[in-house]
Ligand binder design. Structure first.
Ligand SMILES: *[C@@H]1O[C@H](CO)[C@@H](O)[C@H](O)[C@H]1NC(C)=O
Ligand SMILES: *[C@@H]1O[C@H](CO)[C@@H](O)[C@H](O)[C@H]1NC(C)=O
Ligand SMILES: *[C@@H]1O[C@H](CO)[C@@H](O)[C@H](O)[C@H]1NC(C)=O
Length: 532
C-alpha cells in the first residue's frame, strides 16, 4: 500500500501539500490570511485580532477532523496556523496543549519545508515569540554550566502561562523561571536545595489580566504565609524573587520577604504609596505617590539582571547591522519624551527632552519613534553610538537592545545599576555621561572620538559584539548567557544560607528547620506543614 507522506512523492507532488487552493472544509481565504500574517510578521507586529482569527481557524480545523485534508492542501499554511494559535491554546487549555501544537508545527516544517523551496514560494514560519518556545515549553534540556548548585522551583498560580507571558521587555520573569525548571540545577528534593526560586509573572498578570496592586499584594501575602513550605526555615534568605520591571510588584514586600534574594532589572526600584499608576490616564499618580528607593535593593544580597529582548528582534538587528567601518551616523536616538508620552511628565525625563535638542545635527539621527520597528533597527545598525537615557526607572531596556544592533551605548542615567558588572567590563563597550550635561558638548565628544580615536571606537564596537551574549536570554553559548551570569552569582552566595542552618554536625550536612522538622522531612515526598 502507498502511504501518502513526504516519503512517497508521486506524480503531481508539487501540488500536494503546497497548493493552498482551499477544500470543502477550508476556504482559500484562510491560507491568504495565513500568508499575509506570516509575511507581515517579518517586518512588524501584527494586531492581536489576527492571531485570534488564525487560532480560531486552527481550532475549528482540528475539531471538525479536517486537519489531514488541510495539511494535504497547504501543509505550511497549517504550520502557520498552529504556531500562531499557541498563545490562545495555552489560554484556553493550558501549556500542555500549546506544546502539542508546537510539536505539530515542527513536524510540518521538517516534513514539508523543503517542498516549498522547490515550488518557489517561501514562508517565514516564525512569530516574534516563537524562537523562545523550545525553552519556554521545556523542549530543550538546560545545563547547570557545571556548577554544583541545587535550586528548588516552586509552583505558583501566577506563573502558569509561559507562552502568553513570553512577550515584551519584562519576559525575563518567564525565561529565568523556565530555564531553571528545565535545567540540571533543579532539584525536587528541598532538603538538598541551596535556593528556592519563587516564580511569579507579575508584569504579565498585571498587564494582561489587569491585576491591581491590592490583588498582587494579597496574592503575595497568601503565597508567602501559606504556600511556600520551606520559606521560614531560613527566614526566607534562601528564597529568590525576580522583579522584571522598575517596581517590586509586592507592595508589602518589606514586611514579608525583606531578607530574600532579589534578581532585579532595576537597582533603585520605584516605591509607591499608590501603585496603580501604570496607565496614561492615571499618570499623575506617579509624581504624587512614587519615588526612587535607594535602600530597597541591597548590594550584598540582590543582583541586577538584564531586561529582555526578543530573539526575533535580535535576529532582525543582526541581519540589518552594518560593519562598523561602514556606519554613516555618529549617534542615534529615537524615543519618547514627556511631550510624547504622558507618564514621562511625572518621572524626571529631562534628559530625554534634552536629547531631542540634538535633532538636526549633521550625522546625528535624533527624533521620536519610527512607525516600523525594522526601520528603527536598520537605523541603529547604521550608527556608531546610541543614547540610552533613563525612562520611568533608571534602568533602560534600550541599553540592551542597541547592543544587538552593534551600537555602542551612551548611558544617560546617573544612578543606573548595571547587570553583570562583576563579569563584564562595561567601560570597554559603553560610555556614561552625566544626565545634566546632555547637549552640544556630548555631541562634540562623540564626533571627536570618531575623528581622532577611530581605532578606540573600532575596539569598542568589537567589545559590544563580544559581550552582548551576556544579555541574550536566548543565548545557547555555554560560556556566555544571562543564566550563566545569574547562576555564578548564586554559586557565590550559596555559602551564606548554608552556614545559617540551626543544626549541623560533622557527619551530616546542615539541615533546614528544627531537628524535629528535620526528622519529619526525611521523606522528601511528604511536605511539612507550615508554622504549627
Ligand atoms: C529554503 O531555502 C533556503 C535557502 O536556499 C534555506 O535557507 C531554507 O532553510 C530552506 N527552507 C526549508 C524549510 O527547507
Ligand atoms: C558626516 O559623515 C561624513 C562621512 O560619513 C563625513 O565626511 C562628514 O564630515 C561628517 N559631518 C560632520 C559634520 O561630522
Ligand atoms: C531632572 O534631571 C535633570 C538631569 O537630566 C536635572 O538637572 C534636574 O535637576 C532634575 N530635576 C529634578 C526636579 O529633579
Amino acid at each position: 500500500m502507498w502511504r501518502r507522506g513526504p516519503v512517497w512523492l508521486g506524480v503531481g507532488w508539487a501540488a500536494a501539500y503546497t497548493e493552498c487552493g482551499g477544500t470543502e472544509l477550508v476556504a482559500q481565504d484562510v491560507w491568504t490570511v495565513a500568508r499575509e500574517v506570516d509575511k507581515a510578521l517579518q517586518v512588524t507586529h501584527v494586531p492581536p485580532h489576527y492571531g485570534i482569527e488564525l487560532s480560531n481557524a486552527f481550532f475549528s480545523l482540528e475539531r471538525s477532523g479536517a486537519l489531514p485534508g488541510a495539511i494535504e492542501d497547504c501543509a505550511l499554511g497549517v504550520a502557520v496556523l498552529a504556531l500562531n494559535a499557541l498563545p490562545q491554546a495555552e489560554l484556553r487549555w493550558g501549556t500542555r496543549k500549546a506544546r502539542e501544537y508546537y510539536l505539530l508545527y515542527e513536524e510540518l516544517v521538517a516534513s514539508y519545508g523543503h517542498m516549498w523551496n522547490m515550488s518557489g514560494f517561501s514562508w517565514n514560519l516564525k512569530t516574534h515569540q516563537s524562537a523562545g518556545y523550545p525553552l519556554i515549553l521545556g523542549l530543550r534540556e538546560q545545563s547547570c554550566f557545571g556548577l554544583p548548585l541545587k535550586i528548588y522551583v516552586y509552583e505558583t498560580d501566577f506563573a502558569t502561562k509561559p507562552v502568553l507571558c513570553s512577550q515584551g521587555m519584562f519576559a525575563s520573569e518567564v525565561f529565568v523561571h523556565q530555564f531553571l525548571l528545565h535545567s540540571s540545577c533543579r532539584t525536587e528534593n528541598p532538603a538538598e536545595a541551596d535556593f528556592f526560586f519563587v516564580p511569579i509573572y507579575a508584569a504579565c498578570v498585571m498587564t494582561k489580566e489587569k491585576k491591581l496592586a491590592d490583588e498582587m499584594d494579597s496574592f503575595y501575602k497568601t503565597l508567602v504565609m501559606e504556600k511556600l513550605p520551606y520559606f521560614s526555615d531560613q527566614g526566607g534568605r534562601d528564597h529568590i524573587f525576580l522583579w522584571s520591571s522598575e517596581t517590586y510588584d509586592f507592595p508589602s514586600w518589606q514586611d514579608y520577604i525583606a531578607d530574600s534574594l532579589f534578581l532585579s532589572v532595576e537597582a533603585v526600584p520605584i516605591e509607591c504609596t499608590d501603585f496603580d499608576f501604570f496607565s496614561e490616564e492615571t499618570a499623575d499618580n506617579f509624581g504624587a505617590h512614587c519615588q526612587h528607593c535607594h535602600w530597597c535593593f541591597t548590594r550584598w544580597k540582590d543582583y541586577v539582571i538584564p531586561g529582555f529582548v526578543e530573539r526575533w528582534s535580535v535576529e532582525k538587528m543582526s541581519e540589518l547591522e552594518k560593519p562598523p567601518e561602514r556606519r554613516s551616523y555618529t549617534a542615534c536616538y529615537h524615543g519618547a519624551d514627556s511631550d510624547a508620552l504622558a507618564i514621562y511628565k511625572y518621572a524626571n525625563t529631562t534628559v530625554r527632552n534634552d536629547l531631542q535638542t540634538l535633532n538636526g545635527r549633521a550625522n546625528f539621527s535624533i527624533g521620536y519613534r519610527f512607525a516600523r520597528i525594522t526601520e528603527y533597527f536598520e537605523r541603529i545598525g547604521d550608527c556608531h553610538f546610541c543614547f540610552a537615557p533613563k525612562g520611568l526607572g533608571y534602568w533602560s531596556n534600550r541599553l540592551y537592545e542597541v547592543l544587538f544592533a552593534g551600537c555602542i551605548p551612551v548611558i544617560l542615567s546617573d544612578h543606573i545599576g548595571l547587570p553583570f558588572d562583576d563579569i563584564v567590563d562595561w567601560g570597554s563597550f559603553s560610555l556614561k555621561w552625566p544626565m545634566a550635561e546632555v547637549g552640544p558638548a556630548l555631541a562634540e565628544h562623540l564626533e571627536w572620538l570618531l575623528e581622532q580615536r577611530p581605532s578606540l571606537v573600532q575596539k569598542m564596537h568589537q567589545a559590544v559584539m563580544a559581550n552582548r551574549c551576556w544579555f541574550d536570554y536566548n543565548s545557547q553559548d555555554p560560556n556566555c548567557s544571562p543564566y550563566l551570569g545569574i547562576l555564578r552569582y548564586l554559586q557565590r552566595k550559596r555559602a551564606m544560607p548554608r552556614s545559617q542552618g540551626p543544626t549541623w554536625d560533622f557527619a551530616s550536612p546542615p539541615t533546614r528547620g528544627s531537628p524535629r522538622d528535620a526528622t519529619e522531612k526525611k521523606s522528601p515526598a511528604e511536605k511539612p506543614t507550615l508554622i504549627g
